[in-house]
Design a protein around this ligand. Structure first.
Ligand SMILES: NC(=O)c1ccc[n+]([C@@H]2O[C@H](COP(=O)([O-])OP(=O)(O)OC[C@H]3O[C@@H](n4cnc5c(N)ncnc54)[C@H](OP(=O)(O)O)[C@@H]3O)[C@@H](O)[C@H]2O)c1
Length: 376
């Protein structure tokens, strides 16, 4: 049973530990939960900043619903960082619901986001609890940009792009992220077209140019992202498409090659053979946990173009250190939930539950993001 208001699930992982950094910064006591208490202790000692001033406990629990209910009960909010979420998410969500906790996670895996809306959205709403996926750099920053354009009346059509520095330029991607990225290729990917989710082709790709960068970037739908799902039932928005790129075209071409290979050779294989193919690509591209991000290397630009019948607005958010930013977003939301402050319950985006201006302000005040908005 948790003694403290915030549970960090996936406490031995790169992102879980960054959530703890920010909780400690805000002096919020937390319960670190994971499948191996020894590993959690060792990783926290190595990676978590200011641990000596933290109030926390560690609970070891198997990844199964009953064990996690036992670990989560007593807390107010679970910050879940155990991914890929298509594989592991639903067990923790069911456990958080049974334990009476809000559930925040860090993924924009679209198939998962659609599935949990269907399976758990109403139950969370009935319990007065928040079920908020994708409260992470991807795709909350792009959604903040989208919401800035929606402040102009008449905007009903959104195109977003997230462009991050690539792994070949020293921008580390974690084991969990690589596994989650490749997991998305198993699922259809959608954009929102006239209020309906419509499938992208699995190998669709686009060259995009943005004024903040000199060279065009190869961008992919990246599984579709959470944004078309968040806006599907939003009366303001009829169209939403969302693209993702590393500013590193050779790396993006390798991802595209893998998707083409998946479509041609792997998608008809048994699940075990697919699992082995994904495990191999994860092991070969991400052998170990990367070092802590540096603001000099890890820089991103997220853009939203909002259009209406005549209105046009472009918003861009420059940000640094996407994983550190993810920890900050989780903490900003946990602070609100501890105080019982939320504008939505049930399945919701972070921007809807906590306000895009609040989340942006939290990041701006900590030097993590800066937004600019202009008419088109
Ligand atoms: N969209 C974004 O901007 C964004 C940003 C940050 C993170 N994320 C997502 O967050 C997730 C975690 O990322 P990460 O960087 O923290 O990865 P990571 O460093 O690889 O950590 C993964 C965590 O999950 C745990 N885990 C893995 N398999 C498990 C299982 N079968 N049962 C229980 N626990 C298990 C690991 O525990 P062990 O140590 O015991 O293996 C570890 O604590 C990924 O899905 C990633 O895509 C997304």
């Amino acid at each position: 049973m948790a003694k403290y208001p915030v549970v960090v699930y996936g406490a031995s992982g790169y992102t879980g530990m960054l959530v703890m950094d920010w909780l400690i910064d805000q002096d919020i006591p937390f319960t670190a939960v994971g499948r191996d208490a020894g590993r959690i202790k060792e990783m926290m000692a190595e990676r978590v900043v200011r641990l000596e001033s933290a109030t926390y406990e560690i609970i070891e629990a198997e990844h199964d619903v009953d064990a996690l209910v036992g670990a989560f009960t007593g807390a107010t909010v679970v910050c879940n960082t155990v991914g890929p979420f298509s594989k592991f998410g639903p067990v923790a969500i069911e456990a958080a619901l049974r334990a009476g906790c809000h559930h925040l996670d860090t993924t924009g895996e679209q198939g998962y986001v659609m599935a949990i809306r269907e399976q758990f959205g109403q139950q969370y709403a009935d319990a007065g609890l928040v079920l908020c996926p994708s409260l992470s750099y991807m795709h909350t920053i792009a959604q903040i940009a989208a919401e800035l354009t929606l402040e102009t009346p008449g905007i009903d059509s959104l195109e977003t792009a997230s462009i991050c520095r690539g792994p070949r330029e020293g921008s580390g991607v974690t084991i969990g992220s690589t596994a989650s990225i490749f997991e998305t290729f198993r699922h259809p990917q959608h954009h929102l077209w006239d209020n309906r989710l419509v499938e992208w082709g699995m190998t669709d790709h686009f060259e995009i140019s943005v004024p903040e960068l000199l060279r065009p970037a190869l961008a992919l739908p990246w599984g579709g992202t959470s944004l078309p799902v968040f806006y599907q039932d939003d009366s303001r928005v009829r169209f939403c498409s969302s693209l993702t790129s590393f500013y590193d075209n050779p790396a993006m071409r390798m991802v595209l090659l893998f998707i083409e290979q998946w479509e041609a050779e792997l998608k008809h294989l048994p699940v075990e053979a697919q699992d082995a193919a994904i495990a191999q690509v994860v092991a070969s591209t991400t052998p170990a946990m990367p070092p802590r991000e540096r603001t000099t290397l890890n820089r991103s630009i997220d853009i939203a173009i909002g259009r209406g019948q005549l209105a046009g607005v472009r918003a861009s958010v420059s940000s640094v250190a996407p994983y550190i930013t993810t920890g900050a977003l989780q903490t900003a939301a946990a602070m609100k939930l501890i105080e019982g402050e939320t504008d939505a319950v049930g399945f919701t985006s972070g921007c809807k539950a906590f306000g895009h201006r609040y989340l942006l302000g939290f990041l701006e005040q900590r030097g993590l993001a800066r937004a600019s908005v202009g008419e088109l």
